[in-house]
Ligand binder design. Structure first.
Ligand code: BG6
Length: 473
């Protein structure tokens, strides 16, 4: 089999970013502060009191001013779609106002204009680790039910303004990561070690209801829009064939699967209810919440995929490795990236099949990629990066996407993470690069911000123009 005929003709090839990791201009255009403005080191240190100069995200890669140049480069690669997030605090600087900030809306109009110029379909995340700081400090983020109403108002403004121009929407980035990073993912100010289980699971419930209300708003205001959930996918393998390890891996995996189950099926699964009972958690859930969850389920499921983990019931064998926000037990059969994330292309085929078998909803891979240190070199008088390691990583994952499509899985598209270098989320570094486009900026903030095409730029352009036929199996 070759991949030439495997990817559907309308497959959405593209790339993914998030506002706080690319835009900069943290206090321009009427933008309010977001939690990212007090997280200079990502999730590696506690939040700061206020903004600090060592926060690379204050400037990031200056997409706010350079978006036209960057989108032109995406178009040169042949992107069919571009995933970006709208910074909530550009639209509602505090989060609880009644009127939006016109300057913020106008910025995203301009970004969408640029996409339209090249026939690039925007794929918009409505909340990507960017809760307005005021909502965090005054309400404790998603722990407080009031956020449901604030988010619904925000969603209604977005659908009213952009709903006729943006078809694909994601309500919350990696919604399941709130279990592990309550501030970054849930805007929750209470430190993780002081946060009660009840507050944590109530925050999750509030987000899920808000997501359903956003879907309801889309149905009313943007009937052509499709609303998807977005989960952090991490297939969990039993460390050994011991049935106790198999059960342990299922239990761990279900902490993630629960989110898709609720988004797709519109109700809490029995295993999730049992886990709440076992943890002594009693949630405040209204009949209206239940009805909303049931009626407004998602049109598609999107997910990030970087790595898999293992699980075991044997405490003495639970060697925890690094990983995307949550990490997990290391798998001795796999190699890891420089940041310790275990590389597993086949895991992507596993996830695609598992999600398809489970939910029968179209799937969108909206993040995947290799964070690596790049070296800028000169070839034929042009600055570039010879990133064959990145090409290998992406090629091998895309081959597995082709296999999954051949298995009968409906895959809408693929937007590798950080299609242009950006500030990483967990460690807030620029030296952890994912892009096809190198951005001249260093971890100490120095650099010209100039953009250079890496070797992977031409490679990805060919993958897109051949609709996957150029992949090496
Ligand atoms: C996902 C996030 O967790 O992984 C992104 O949605 C993030 O925001 C990406 O950047 C890669 O993680 P990191 O920590 O390497 O930036």
């Amino acid at each position: 089999m070759t991949n030439s005929s495997i990817f559907p003709a309308d497959f959405l090839w593209g790339g993914a970013t998030a506002a706080n990791q690319i835009e900069g201009a943290y206090n321009e255009g009427g933008k309010g502060l977001s939690i990212q403005d007090v997280m200079p080191k990502g999730i590696t240190t506690p939040r700061t009191e206020g903004p600090t100069d060592d926060n690379l995200k204050q400037v990031a890669i200056d997409f706010y001013h350079r978006y036209a140049e960057d989108i032109a480069l995406f178009a040169e690669m042949g992107f069919k779609t571009f995933r970006f997030s709208i910074a909530w605090s550009r639209i509602f600087p505090l989060g609880d106002e009644t009127e939006p900030n016109e300057e913020g809306l106008a910025f995203y109009d301009r970004v969408i204009d640029e996409c339209e110029k090249y026939g690039i379909e925007p794929l918009v995340t409505m909340s990507h680790y960017e809760t307005p700081l005021h909502l965090t400090e005054t309400y404790d983020g998603w722990v407080n039910r009031d956020l449901i109403g604030f988010y619904e108002r925000y969603a209604r403004v977005l659908f009213a303004r952009f709903g006729s121009r943006v078809k694909y929407w994601l309500t919350f980035n990696e919604i399941n990561s709130v279990l592990h990073a309550p501030l970054m993912s849930g805007g929750i100010n209470t430190p993780k070690d002081q946060l009660s289980k009840t507050d944590l699971y109530q925050a999750i419930h509030n987000e899920l209801v808000a997501s359903a209300l956003a879907t309801k708003a889309a149905r009313e205001l943007a009937p052509n829009a499709q609303v998807g959930c977005m989960v952090l996918a991490m297939p969990t393998y039993p460390l050994t064939p011991d049935p106790d390890d198999v059960m342990a891996s299922l239990t761990t995996e279900r902490t993630n699967l629960a989110f898709g189950d609720i988004h797709v099926r519109g109700e809490y699964p029995g295993y999730y209810l049992r886990s709440l009972r076992d943890q002594g958690v009693e949630l405040a859930i209204t009949d209206e919440d239940r009805a909303l969850l049931k009626e407004y389920t998602v049109d598609f499921v999107s997910f990030s995929y970087y790595m898999s983990i293992a699980e075991t019931a044997d405490e003495s064998k639970r060697v925890i490795g690094e990983g995307n926000i949550m990490g997990g037990v290391s798998n001795p059969t796999l190699q890891a990236s420089e940041w310790g994330w275990q590389i597993d292309p086949v895991g992507l085929r596993v996830v695609l099949n598992q999600f398809w078998d489970r939910w029968q909803k179209p799937l969108f891979i909206v993040e995947n990629g290799l964070g690596a240190k790049d070296k800028l070199v000169e070839v034929d008088g042009q600055k570039t990066v010879l990133d064959d390691y990145r090409i290998t990583y992406l090629n091998d994952h895309l081959v597995q996407v082709g296999e999954a499509i051949d298995d009968g899985v409906e895959v809408m598209g693929y937007t590798p993470w950080g299609c242009i270098d950006l500030v990483s989320a967990s460690t807030a570094q620029l030296s952890k690069r994912y892009g096809f486009i190198y951005v001249d900026r260093n971890d100490d903030g120095t650099g010209t911000l100039d953009r250079y095409k890496k070797k992977s730029f031409g490679w990805y352009a060919e993958v897109i123009s051949s609709n996957g036929a150029s992949l090496t199996r």
